[in-house]
Design a protein around this ligand. Structure first.
Ligand SMILES: Nc1ncnc2c1ncn2[C@@H]1O[C@H](COP(=O)(O)OP(=O)(O)OP(=O)(O)O)[C@@H](O)[C@H]1O
Length: 614
């Protein structure tokens, strides 16, 4: 959209007054953000920073982000030199949206002060509406927001380009942003490109420094080998990099895992001494002495949120649990997205079990698994004699069964269009009229939905009503694919072995192999592979080549997929995953898989070729 286009103001005014938007004229990410801001009652007529840290709190936050500042600030200073003509300000923001560093053109800094766009301010979408920093933080993508694309008036005079920064573990650590007043400089795409390139340089620095620190830690371990107490060396993030001889048998699979997770109930920390770098003088790790726990009462990780599955140690899944914890306390409608087998149903159950409705029923229904013509009666029930073949006594629908509890509508995108209006009415009015009946039944039900696909794409394709989308897309939770939380694989293996009472020892190479596979079927597929190993080998562990054969020829697809990943669209990835899952289900029977997926055989073959599956 052109920034001087006068219709821009009209679009913005119409949206803030009436909530209506012409999607064709709007960047999808920005439209999505505007809707979220409206839902969260962000004031479009304000947008000045409100939460500003007091100086001691800002100093503490800077200390916590010292590594980020040390690496990123010199690069931002270089950027400043080369982007002088843009008269911009250059910002570094932590992963919670607090500005840690802001420097640049004097005039621009002064203007920024007017809207409290200063060091210490929280600059998220919730605080100041759609903006490059807050939006990039939420969507984890680079973005430029120009003038009236900002949700709130205070930023309408600005052009801002921001991008996320990840550390060596691919964990989000912050955002860098370049912002300039519109009247200082015309809009240029190259600013975003430059910001992205700078973020890449910062990320490379994280990798290099991690390697340098690791080398230094290893030098340090030379003196530790002969110590008689159990000693662990952790890096600065608390991941184990080395253990001495006292712990080798218990901790051998656990290199690279978090010390706290590994200690579990069995070990307690006796002392933890920081190790400093002789180069940059920061803490690069810890020498930790452990002792056996007494009475098993030493749980190092405690959480008030009860989750039946494995949380592991990935930040991405920890964030999912945090979101669940927050939303479980409310009655808000939740939408869970994630590939097949990632644990969406487990998450939905956990939200229910940690909510005020935990003593009520949890009713799950997979909308994709029910014939279209039966969905209505399954969801809403029917009265006696409603149709030929109906039960004499009538039938209580799932909504009524879930009364006082939670209903989980899996694969919500599969609800036929003609049924969507009825569902919308139930969600709006919290009343159900069974098929063939006239009397409505009031229901008190919390609604959780899930899909494996991009729900808004279904709206664009005309397969999902937009009004229904906004009813169900209130609090979205994205469950990461297993390949995005590979560090959790050893914990999932441990969990599986415990569940099955299977005492087996997986050597490092086996764990590494399982961690390099792409897991299109996610946790479900991991458990299936383990089940095959258990049946085939019992307590004896297969060699690496035997283990590879447990993937029934899917290993090569896994490798291809890494390469494909870059080029396939989200929908294509989903389609490929579905095809692979179905082929596994039908044990490689192509005709059966094509029929199950309702795809003509010739088209199916074309798709197999396209995705390098044959
Ligand atoms: N965090 C976890 N810890 C342990 N087991 C898990 C975890 N997440 C999922 N699982 C297991 O993986 C399997 C798939 O989980 P679930 O059915 O919840 O996935 P889903 O995303 O709803 O799948 P689909 O979209 O195919 O319905 C189940 O056996 C579940 O118990």
């Amino acid at each position: 959209m052109n920034i001087v286009d006068p219709s821009r103001r009209e679009i913005w005014q119409r949206f803030v007054r009436e909530g209506t938007l012409d999607h064709a004229r709007m960047n999808k990410r920005i439209a999505e953000s505007w809707y979220l801001c409206r839902q969260k009652n962000v004031d479009p007529y304000d947008g000045k920073g409100k939460i500003i840290l007091e100086s001691h709190l800002l100093a503490e936050r800077k200390k916590r982000n010292q590594r980020l500042l040390q690496i990123a600030v010199p690069i931002l200073e270089k950027l400043q030199k080369y982007l002088q003509e843009t008269k911009s300000i250059f910002l570094l923001v932590d992963r919670e949206g607090y500005v840690l560093y802001a420097k640049g053109n004097k005039q621009a800094m002064k203007m920024a002060e007017g809207i409290k766009f200063v060091e210490g301010v929280k600059w998220t979408e919730d605080e100041v509406g759609t903006n490059a920093i807050g939006t990039s933080l939420r969507i984890c993508e680079p973005i430029t927001i120009v003038g009236l694309e900002h949700y709130s008036v205070a930023s309408h005079q600005w052009v801002c380009s921001a991008t996320p920064i990840y550390d060596e573990k691919r964990e989000l650590v912050g955002i860098i942003d370049v912002s300039y007043p519109i009247n200082h400089y015309p809009f240029h795409d190259h600013v975003l490109a430059t910001v992205v390139a700078a973020a890449y340089t910062i990320e490379q620095r994280f990798h290099i420094q991690a390697k340098e620190d690791e080398l230094e830690l290893f030098k340090y371990t030379c003196n530790m080998e002969n110590t008689d107490s159990p000693v662990v060396i952790c890096n600065h993030k608390g991941s184990i990099v080395w253990v001495n001889h006292c712990l080798r048998s218990s901790f051998s699979n656990m290199l690279d895992q978090s010390l706290e997770d590994v200690c579990g109930d069995h070990w307690v920390i006796k002392s933890k001494i920081p190790i400093y770098s002789s180069i940059h003088h920061d803490v690069i790790g810890y020498r930790v002495t452990l002792q056996k726990a007494k009475n098993n009462d030493s749980k190092l990780v405690s959480t008030t949120f009860h989750f039946e599955g494995v949380t592991g140690r990935s930040i991405s899944f920890a964030n999912v649990i945090k979101s669940c914890e927050k939303v479980a306390k409310t009655d808000a409608t939740v939408h869970i997205t994630g590939e097949t087998g990632t644990g969406k149903e487990l998450i939905a159950r956990a939200i229910h079990q940690n909510s005020g409705r935990k003593n009520g029923p949890f009713v799950a229904i997979n909308c994709g698994a029910i014939p279209k013509e039966l969905i209505g009666s399954e969801l809403f029930g029917y009265v006696e004699g409603a149709f030929t073949g109906a039960k004499r006594t009538g039938h209580k629908g799932k909504f009524v069964q879930a009364n006082g509890g939670t209903i989980f509508l899996d694969e919500i995108g599969e609800i036929p269009l003609e049924m969507q209006i009825a569902l919308l009415r139930v969600l709006q009015e919290r009343e159900v009229v069974p098929i063939g009946g006239t009397k409505s039944i009031s229901i008190d039900v919390r609604v959780i939905t899930a899909t494996h696909c991009d729900l808004y794409q279904l709206v664009r394709e005309g397969k999902l009503r937009e009004d229904l989308f906004y009813r169900i897309y209130v609090y979205p939770i994205k469950v990461p694919a297993l390949r995005e939380r590979k560090e959790d694989i050893p914990f999932l293996i441990q969990y599986y072995c415990q569940q099955k009472n299977w005492s087996v020892f997986f050597p490092d190479e086996a764990i590494q192999l399982l961690m390099t596979y792409h897991w299109p079927g996610n946790i479900r597929e991991l458990f299936n592979v383990l089940e095959r190993v258990r049946i085939e080998y019992g307590d004896h562990i297969p060699s690496i080549s035997e283990l590879k054969s447990m993937f029934i020829g899917w290993e090569s697809q896994g490798e291809n997929m890494n390469a494909d990943q870059e080029t396939l669209s989200y929908r294509e990835q989903i389609e490929k995953n579905n095809i692979m899952a179905m082929l596994r289900k039908t044990q490689g029977n192509i005709a059966k898989a094509a029929a199950e997926l309702n795809i003509p055989r010739s088209t199916f073959y074309r798709k197999l070729k396209k995705y390098h599956l044959i």
